[in-house]
Design a protein around this ligand. Structure first.
Ligand code: SAH
Ligand code: SF4
Length: 377
């Protein structure tokens, strides 16, 4: 169900594609470079600010492009410096972008390391049983412009408190994690085009190694990504160390069980020469036993992967419970004792429903917004 907006997003273009459209419309192709000098370094909010362009070109851009296809509806700030932006797309769909600040020692909060968590779909078809994003099914994929616009919006907001980076025209974040709403590898082409724009010298010039894509385990797409000569990092949402446990909470495991997922992850790690991350949400009495920790350790050691443990973030209406601190600690200790590097992420943003899809879900309920029925995984 593709959505065709009235005007395409300017952030969906590259200098080449914009140059071609300009030429078709009778403008010089080289003007595309001038437009791009405004778009990313200066986060231009409209064509009128592009004062070195002729007036007729500025009005052509205004008539033909959308400069702000992910309008910020609201912000929520948590006590632990996690901020969540709720954004409305042109068809009324809601998405979320999260800014996570990790304060650096000895510097003020405005100098903290900023990780931006972006969404790639409206809803999600994969239907993981613990996740708010999947609760109401998949609605549609985000376009390239909609994915990029989330980051441009963050820069526009952050520039207000970080004038130095803004003046240098640099991205006002340090890491990007593709862990918001949706399954990124199910929107593969748009995701890659968006990340290439973020990475390109004409975009944000942002290092590929600082971008992590998280997947629930779409095996053919992991293998495809492994073949691309791009340096993005990969995180795999494992959440179960055996098929039995994984299947209980992740329907995708029926299609791509561990016997397929682990070899695909290995191919990725080998071709990229990078450490993988295994994400593991701890849910009481589902996957938090010592037996699961031991089996997870075998997988992590085999893949030379880092394990990121995330205590389950409660979702209204779902039955799952976060394990006690004692059980969380017991799990991480067992992994470490077995030689695995593991972090227990006492997750940020619990008080603003920062787990993917939660804020949007609440808002959709209050707005009574329409959502399509869940699609099969
Ligand atoms: N679809 C991709 C990326 C988006 S989900 C994926 O599944 O990896 C990003 C991460 O948030 C995943 O690891 C997901 O399992 C986790 N997540 C979802 N709901 C959560 C919850 N209620 N508490 C904690 N983590 C959650
Ligand atoms: Fe989709 Fe990821 Fe949520 Fe699973 S955890 S439903 S794949 S967004």
């Amino acid at each position: 169900m593709a959505f065709k907006p009235e005007k395409p997003s300017i952030h969906g273009e590259t200098p080449d594609s914009l140059g071609a459209r300009l030429a078709e419309a009778g403008h010089p192709r080289y003007r595309a470079g001038q437009v791009f000098a405004w778009l990313y370094p200066k986060r231009a909010e409209n064509a009128e600010v592009m004062t070195n362009l002729p007036a007729d070109l500025r009005s052509w851009l205004t008539d033909n492009y959308d400069f702000n296809c992910a309008e910020v509806l609201g912000k929520k700030t948590a006590s632990d410096v996690t901020q969540k932006l709720l954004q409305r797309l042109r068809d009324g769909s809601l998405i979320e972008t999260v800014i996570i600040r990790a304060p650096m020692e000895g510097v003020g909060q405005d100098k903290s390391r900023r990780t931006i968590c972006i969404s790639t779909q409206v809803g999600c078809a994969y239907g993981c049983k613990f996740c708010a994003s999947g609760l109401e099914g998949w609605k549609r994929d985000l376009s390239v412009g909609e994915i990029v616009s989330q980051l441009v919006q963050v820069c526009r907001i952050e520039d207000q408190t970080d004038p130095i980076r803004a003046a240098e025209g640099l991205a006002s974040f340090d890491n990007i994690v593709v862990m918001g709403m949706g399954e990124p590898l199910a929107n593969y082409d748009n995701l890659l085009a968006a990340l290439k724009a973020v990475n390109a010298p004409w975009g944000f010039g942002f290092g590929a190694r600082r971008i992590t894509i998280s997947t629930s385990g779409v095996v053919p797409k992991i293998l495809k990504l492994a073949e691309e000569d791009l340096g993005f990092r990969l995180a795999i949402s494992l959440h179960g160390a055996t098929n039995e446990v994984r299947e209980q909470i992740m329907p995708v495991n029926r299609k791509y069980p561990l016997e397929q997922l682990i070899p695909a992850a290995k191919v990725f790690a080998r071709t990229h020469g990078r450490m993988l991350t295994l994400e593991f949400i701890l849910i009481a009495d589902i996957n938090d036993s010592l037996d699961q920790a031991r089996k997870l350790a075998v997988i992590a050691r085999d893949l030379h992967a880092h394990v990121n443990l995330i205590p389950y973030n409660t979702v209204q209406g779902l039955p799952w419970v976060r394990p006690s601190i004692t059980r969380q600690d017991r799990f991480v200790k067992e992994l470490r004792a077995l030689g695995v590097t593991a972090t227990l992420r006492r997750e940020k943003g619990h008080d603003i429903d920062a787990a993917c899809g939660q804020l949007r879900l609440q808002k959709e309920k209050t707005l009574g917004a329409d959502s399509s029925p869940p699609a099969a995984a």
